[in-house]
Design a protein around this ligand. Structure first.
Ligand code: GLN
Length: 240
């Protein structure tokens, strides 16, 4: 029997893919294989044709300049992304694309980069970058561990929930202890590092949502995650 396919779309790998964000795609692909699925990767860059079918969408971070570069294209595919979001497609957006899935990012130079408003968040560039290792607590995924590096300070509106509560680090804005955002099956976060190798529970959540959506079931088998567990122990102990 041929394996069941899961299509993973990586948004803007050329311009939005820093601090190890590519590792998120690798992790989802590898774990999909371990669970018996056949992952298919589509790399989407500005001007490409948007595929007819996707099961998971992953996007990474970028410099302000990288964000400015992809905005026109992002606005162009925005209706498609909204449609997929409302149809409960699981998505993970990190840092720069997390900001642009929100309403706007006003950079520290006063440039307003319009977002697509899937997430009810607003971001304002600050003078100081928030850089370092970060640990948060969440109801759904337990402890979430990563690395942040951003000038943007993000504020959550009523339409989203925070992904986690900051224990160490700055998070969304350095002041209200929230980190990331959740809406339907969309997760936004400032955590690079990459996020998913150190937080396989989030990778499995994305895969479960995708498999349930497409096939109506998710066949789990117990994986040997001891390397991921060791990485988490080391990462939590790291100084800020
Ligand atoms: N350029 C944005 C900021 O500085 C996003 C940075 C990132 O993706 N790491 O806030």
């Amino acid at each position: 029997m041929s394996k069941r396919e899961l299509t993973i779309l990586q948004l803007y790998p050329r311009d939005m893919n820093i601090y190890g964000d590519w590792g998120n795609v690798l992790t989802v692909m590898r774990r999909a294989e371990w669970y018996g699925y056949q992952p298919k990767l589509i790399e989407y860059n500005p001007g490409d044709a948007f595929p007819d079918h996707v099961d998971i969408i992953i996007g990474g971070g970028g410099q302000d300049a990288g964000q400015e570069k992809i905005t026109a294209d992002l606005l162009k595919i925005s209706p498609k992304l909204h449609e997929l979001a409302e149809a409960d497609t699981p998505m993970l957006m990190i840092c720069g694309l997390y900001q642009l899935f929100g309403k706007f990012f006003k950079t520290k130079d006063g440039v307003v980069i319009n977002g697509i408003g899937i997430l009810d968040i607003e971001t304002y560039g600050g003078k100081e970058r928030m850089i370092g290792n970060i640990v948060t607590d969440s109801d759904e995924f337990g402890e979430i561990i990563g690395y942040e590096n951003h000038s943007g300070q993000t504020y959550l509106g009523d339409g989203v929930l925070p992904l986690g509560t900051v224990r160490k680090g700055a998070g969304n804005n350095g002041s209200d202890t929230t980190e990331g955002a959740r809406y339907r099956y969309i997760l936004g976060s400032y955590m690079h590092g990459s996020l998913l190798p150190k937080n396989p529970a989030i990778a499995d959540w994305l895969l479960e949502k995708a498999a349930m959506h497409r096939y109506g079931d998710f066949s789990t088998s117990l994986l040997d995650d001891h390397f991921a567990k060791q990485a988490r122990v080391v990462a939590v102990k790291r100084p800020r």
